[in-house]
Design a protein around this ligand. Structure first.
Ligand code: GCB
Length: 614
C-alpha cells in the first residue's frame, strides 16, 4: 500500500470510490462500487486543460525531513505558496509552477519526465456556483497509478489502479473559487496490479478527463439494460437510485422499440424489469444502437444501447445465435501518430480503430488494461466486438489479499463502467500468468467468479500460454484454467520466441477440452522500412513470412474461433532496448508509430477479407 495513503489518509481510504475485499452482493447493481454510470449524460463542467504541477521525487510534499508523514495542513494539499505569504516559510508554489495538460501522461509532455516514476502534484483552480438541492462529484476517467485528491485543503480520498474511473462526492465542499490538488504516483510496486515488470510504458499522470458532475439530490447512479440471457425476446435490466428519495417511479423508454414502461424502486433505490421486445440486433455488419432514456421523478439519463447475445456452443462462438469468427487485433491505448504517448480521446480512437476496420477486423483485444470509455464507445459504433482486460499480467503477488482486492476492484470498476456496451463480448481476467505459482489458480478463479456474478451475459476468459509436448504436439499450458473460462485462449509466438517461422509447418495442435480456441497473441517484430531476407530478424520480410506461416498453422487448428495478433501499432516499452531497431519500442506492430503500414498488415488484411466472405 502506498505510504501516503497508509499514514495520512487511512480514514479517507474508506470513503474512496470503490473498496475491495467485500463480496459482490447477489442483487444486481449492488456492487461495492459507487461509480456514476454514463458520465457523458450528466451535467458536466470539464476540469481538463492546463494544471500546474510540482515533481516530488523525495515525497517532500507530505513528509518532513525525518520522513514523518505530515498533518494535511502541512502538506501541498493546502495549496499555499511563497508568493501568497512571504512572511511564512513556504517552499512550494503552484501558481508559479509550470503546467501539464490534463488529460495526458507526463512522460511525453516534458522531456525531463520521460522515464520518471514517482510522485507529481497537480493543481487546478476552478470556479463553481453550487446550487442548493444539487449534489456534486469530481470524476476522474483515470489517474495512473495511485492518486490522492484534495479539495480546498481537505482530502477527498485515494484511488489505486491506473486505468479505471473513480469519483468523490464534494457536495457542501465547493466554494466559488476552488483548488483541486491531486498527488499522482506511478511508482511500480511488487504488490501492485500490474506488478513491477510489464511490457508497456508506465505512463504516469491524470491520463483521462476530469469533470465536476452535478446531479439532483436523488439521482440515477447506475443501470443495466440488455437482452436477457437465454431469452433473446426479452430485454432485462435494473436501475439504482442514490439519495434520500429512494422510492420513486422510473420510466424506461426506448422509442425505437415502442418501449415505455414504469417501475418503482424499493427502499434501497433498486428496481429490476423485463420487457418483451425484438430489437434489430447489434452486430459488426449493422451495429444498431437504440436511444434509451431512464427518467426517475428527480433525474433523467440518456444512452444509446445495442442488443445482442453472445455464447459458446461446443467449439463455436455464437453471436446472436450464429457462429462468428473473431477477426481481431490487439491494441495498446497509445496515440496513433508521432510517438504520442497515452491516448484518451475519441479522435485518437477513431484513427486507431479505423486501422483495425481497414484490416477487415470485426474484433479488437483492448490490451492489457481497461481502455477509455471513448475507445469502447467508438468501437461499439464502428461494429467492433471487444475483449476487455484488467492488468493481471505475468507475475503478481498471488497470495497477498490486498493485491487480490486491488485486482478485483479494477475488474468491478471496469464492468461497472462498460456493462451496457453491446460490443464487449469477453471480460478477460489475466494475461500470461505463471501456471506453477502457488495461489494463482485461486486468485484467478475468484476473479472469474466475480465477473460471472456481476455479468452473466458475457464470456469470461484469460490469455494463457502454449505448451509443447513430445513429437511437435502443441496445446494450451493451463487446462485447469481453461475449464473455468469460456474460451481456450492463449498467446503463441511460434516463429519468434519459439524457433523460426518454419516451425509453424512442423507442429500439430491438440486440445482435450471442447471449447472455442482463440489465439490471443501471435506475431514478431519488424522495423518499418527495414528490408532484407525472410530469415533476417526485424525485417518486414521476416515478419511477413511469420504471419503467412502462422495463418496457415492457425487455420488448421480444430475449433479455431479467431485471433488477435500482437499488435496493431508499435508501442513504447522500456524493455525494448535494441539501438537502431527498437529504441524503446516494441516493434511487433503491423503499423509503425508514425502510421506506416508494414507488409504483414496487408497479409492480415487479405486473410481477414477472405474469412469475412466465407
Ligand atoms: C506477450 C505479452 C505482451 C508482450 C508480447 C511481446 O506475450 O502478452 O504484453 O508485449 O508478448 O512482444 O513479447
Amino acid at each position: 500500500m502506498n505510504k501516503i495513503r497508509f499514514y495520512l489518509f487511512a480514514a479517507f481510504v474508506l470513503a474512496s470510490s470503490c473498496t475491495g475485499g467485500k463480496t459482490v452482493s447477489s442483487q444486481a447493481g449492488d456492487t461495492e462500487c459507487s461509480l456514476i454510470a454514463n458520465i457523458q449524460s450528466r451535467n458536466l463542467t470539464s476540469l481538463d486543460g492546463e494544471w500546474n504541477y510540482i515533481v516530488d521525487v523525495y515525497e517532500t510534499g507530505y513528509r518532513d525531513y525525518r520522513r514523518n508523514p505530515q498533518p494535511v495542513e502541512n502538506t501541498f494539499f493546502r495549496d499555499k505558496g511563497y508568493y501568497s505569504s512571504k512572511e511564512e516559510l513556504i517552499e512550494y508554489d503552484f501558481d508559479a509552477a509550470p503546467t501539464l495538460s490534463v488529460p495526458g501522461d507526463w512522460n511525453t509532455q516534458k522531456k525531463e519526465l520521460y522515464y520518471y516514476e514517482g510522485g507529481v502534484w497537480y493543481r487546478k483552480k476552478f470556479h463553481a456556483e453550487p446550487l442548493p438541492g444539487k449534489r456534486y462529484f469530481i470524476y476522474f476517467g483515470a489517474a495512473c497509478y495511485e492518486s490522492t485528491a484534495g479539495l480546498n485543503g481537505e482530502i477527498l480520498g485515494s484511488h489505486t489502479g491506473g486505468y479505471t474511473p473513480f469519483n468523490y462526492e464534494v457536495t457542501g465542499k465547493l466554494k466559488e473559487d476552488n483548488s483541486l490538488v491531486v498527488l499522482v504516483d506511478n511508482t511500480r510496486r511488487f504488490e501492485n496490479v500490474p506488478t513491477v515488470n510489464f511490457d508497456w510504458w508506465n505512463y504516469g499522470g491524470i491520463t483521462r478527463s476530469v469533470y465536476l458532475v452535478e446531479t439532483p439530490e436523488t439521482f440515477i447512479r447506475d443501470y443495466s439494460i440488455g437482452l436477457k440471457k437465454d431469452d433473446s425476446s426479452r430485454i432485462a435490466g435494473w436501475v439504482r437510485l442514490d439519495g434520500p428519495e429512494a422510492i420513486q417511479k422510473v420510466n424506461v423508454a426506448i422509442p425505437g422499440l415502442n418501449v415505455d414502461i414504469c417501475v418503482t424502486t424499493d427502499a434501497a433505490g433498486y428496481a429490476s424489469f423485463e420487457i418483451p421486445a425484438s430489437p434489430d440486433l447489434w452486430c459488426p455488419e449493422t451495429p444498431t444502437l437504440y436511444a434509451v432514456s431512464l427518467s426517475s421523478e428527480t433525474d433523467k439519463v440518456e444512452d444509446r444501447i445495442g442488443f445482442r447475445t453472445i455464447e459458446t456452443k461446443g467449439t463455436e462462438i455464437l453471436l446472436n445465435g450464429r457462429p462468428v469468427m473473431l477477426r481481431g487485433i490487439s491494441i495498446h491505448e497509445e496515440k496513433p501518430f508521432n510517438a504520442g504517448g497515452r491516448a484518451f480521446s475519441r479522435e485518437d480512437a477513431l484513427v486507431t480503430l479505423g486501422w483495425a476496420k481497414e484490416m477487415n477486423c470485426n474484433f479488437v483485444r483492448l490490451a492489457h488494461y481497461p481502455h477509455s470509455e471513448e475507445t469502447v464507445r467508438a468501437a461499439e459504433e464502428m461494429g467492433l466486438m471487444v475483449w476487455s482486460e484488467i492488468p493481471v499480467y505475468w507475475t503478481i503477488d498471488w497470495n497477498n489479499p490486498a493485491t487480490y482486492a486491488n485486482a478485483r476492484k479494477q475488474l468491478i470498476e471496469n464492468i461497472t463502467r462498460d456493462k451496457n456496451r453491446a460490443n464487449i463480448i469477453i471480460w478477460s481476467v489475466a494475461n500470461e500468468t505463471p501456471v506453477e505459482a502457488a495461489g494463482r489458480y485461486e486468485f484467478l478463479s475468484g476473479l472469474i467468479g466475480t465477473a460471472r456474478e456481476m455479468d452473466g451475459t458475457r464470456l469470461v476468459s484469460a490469455a494463457m500460454e502454449k505448451e509443447e509436448k513430445e513429437g511437435g504436439i502443441m496445446t494450451v499450458n493451463d487446462p485447469d484454467l481453461s475449464r473455468l473460462t469460456d474460451l481456450i485462449s492463449f498467446n503463441e509466438y511460434v516463429g519468434w520466441y519459439d524457433g523460426d517461422s518454419d516451425k509453424c509447418t512442423r507442429v500439430k495442435w491438440v486440445f482435450d477440452i471442447q471449447k472455442p480456441v482463440f489465439i490471443s497473441e501471435f506475431g514478431g517484430g519488424a522495423l518499418a522500412g527495414l528490408h532484407g531476407s525472410a530469415r533476417e530478424r526485424f525485417t518486414e520480410e521476416y515478419m511477413e513470412d511469420l504471419y503467412r506461416k502462422n495463418i496457415e498453422m492457425l487455420s488448421a487448428i480444430p475449433g479455431f474461433a479467431g485471433c488477435s495478433p500482437w499488435i496493431l501499432k508499435d508501442f513504447r516499452s522500456p524493455r525494448r532496448m535494441l539501438t537502431g531497431i527498437q529504441d524503446d519500442y516494441n516493434r511487433k506492430g503491423l503499423i509503425s508509430e508514425y502510421g506506416q503500414k508494414k507488409n504483414a498488415f496487408f497479409v492480415m488484411q487479405d486473410w481477414y477479407k477472405a474469412l469475412s466472405q466465407q
